[in-house]
Design a protein around this ligand. Structure first.
Ligand SMILES: NC(=O)c1ccc[n+]([C@@H]2O[C@H](COP(=O)([O-])OP(=O)(O)OC[C@H]3O[C@@H](n4cnc5c(N)ncnc54)[C@H](OP(=O)(O)O)[C@@H]3O)[C@@H](O)[C@H]2O)c1
Length: 313
């Protein structure tokens, strides 16, 4: 496993991290086995992955609790734990985005309790709330950093304009945005800004939320409650087109004697500004496959070949 430095910190993160929205994330995926979720995290930590991504909203706290159970079996200093706040769940079951400083402080305290930790290494503002100025929300996170409750500040789901405002004082170490072979919109503005401004770009949905796992066919149907129904790549005509591209990528992966998910991960790691990927999943067998991507590389010719497949998507 190769490790990279999270920008503006001395934290070393494994290039292959772990996404845990399906670890106890019952609000996002149905019928999850929590025992499998625990095994998934443990398998990753036992195999060189030290960068874990969770959020308070995953399973409305349950993902953090399960991650916390496993993390305490390992040496704290070796791990880089990232979580996110700003999604306030209300008693009626609805979720409100809240960036108020007092709310963020309380949300972090609750996350620390669930994770059974004194600090988190990276704390992301999960979504902007459109009301609170970034000077206030990021200012609140900067104070939490001074107090030692977080080591670095991240942000997610923002436009370039919002990112610039949030990073006005250079506080942001990491941006988490959607980016994968099938959705390259981050390359237009966000990724170049991160490269120029010393921010680690951490793509979410690195396997296009499962499409680049290679198991989808035109007959695959998501559960009605599955949040991925809202992702355009899974919808209508685009879904069919996507599967054609996936087939071409699979063919190329086979020629290279690798798998499509590994090709998708190493392709992301080859992009300047991407310091780690955080593939998610529900099964521990995924881990041993996905970590192999860190041992791979792509030549300039191979990157060009892939580019030509992708521009025709
Ligand atoms: N900041 C945000 O707003 C935001 C939004 C979304 C996600 N995230 C974070 O990003 C992480 C990654 O995104 P994601 O989990 O949604 O999507 P993803 O990593 O692109 O895809 C996950 C899917 O890929 C499948 N998969 C993983 N490894 C595979 C392999 N080797 N072969 C075949 N299939 C494989 C998993 O299948 P199985 O389920 O069958 O194992 C799962 O369905 C999340 O877990 C979360 O931590 C953040």
């Amino acid at each position: 496993m190769k490790y990279q430095t999270l920008k503006k910190t001395d934290l070393r993160i494994s290039e292959i991290g772990l996404g845990t929205n399906a670890v106890g994330g019952h609000n996002l995926f149905q019928n999850l086995s929590e025992a499998d979720g625990i095994e998934f995290v443990r398998e990753a930590l036992n195999n060189g992955v030290n960068f874990i991504d969770t959020a308070d909203i995953y399973g409305v706290g349950r993902s953090e609790e399960l991650v916390g159970e496993v993390v305490k079996e390992f040496k704290r200093d070796d791990l880089v734990i990232a979580t996110k706040g700003a999604q306030q769940w209300l008693e009626d079951g609805s979720v409100k985005t809240n960036n108020r400083p007092e709310y963020l402080r309380a949300a972090l305290e609750n996350s620390l309790q669930r994770l059974q930790l004194d600090y988190v290494d990276l704390y992301y503002l999960h979504f902007p709330d459109k009301e609170t100025p970034f000077a206030e929300s990021i200012g609140a996170l900067a104070r939490l950093k001074e107090e030692g409750k977080i080591r670095a500040i991240g942000i997610s789901n923002v436009s370039l304009e919002q990112l610039k405002e949030a990073n006005a004082h250079g506080d942001i170490s990491a941006l988490q945005s959607p980016y994968n072979m099938l959705d390259r919109s981050a390359e237009e503005e966000l990724l170049p800004y991160c490269v120029e401004n010393n921010i680690s770009f951490i793509p979410y949905g690195p396997l296009a939320f499962g499409l680049l796992g290679g198991g989808f066919t035109k007959d695959t149907k998501l559960d009605a409650q599955d949040w991925r129904n809202s992702v355009p790549l899974f919808q209508g005509e685009q879904f069919g087109k996507t599967l054609e591209t996936v087939d071409k990528l699979k063919e190329f992966a086979a020629q290279k004697e690798t798998t499509l998910p590994n090709l998708a991960l190493v392709w992301l790691l080859a992009q300047q500004g991407v310091d780690a990927v955080i593939p998610g999943g529900k099964r521990k067998e995924r881990i041993l496959e996905n970590i192999q991507a860190s041992d791979m590389s792509l030549s300039k010719e191979e990157l060009n070949f892939i580019h030509n497949i992708l521009i025709n998507n």
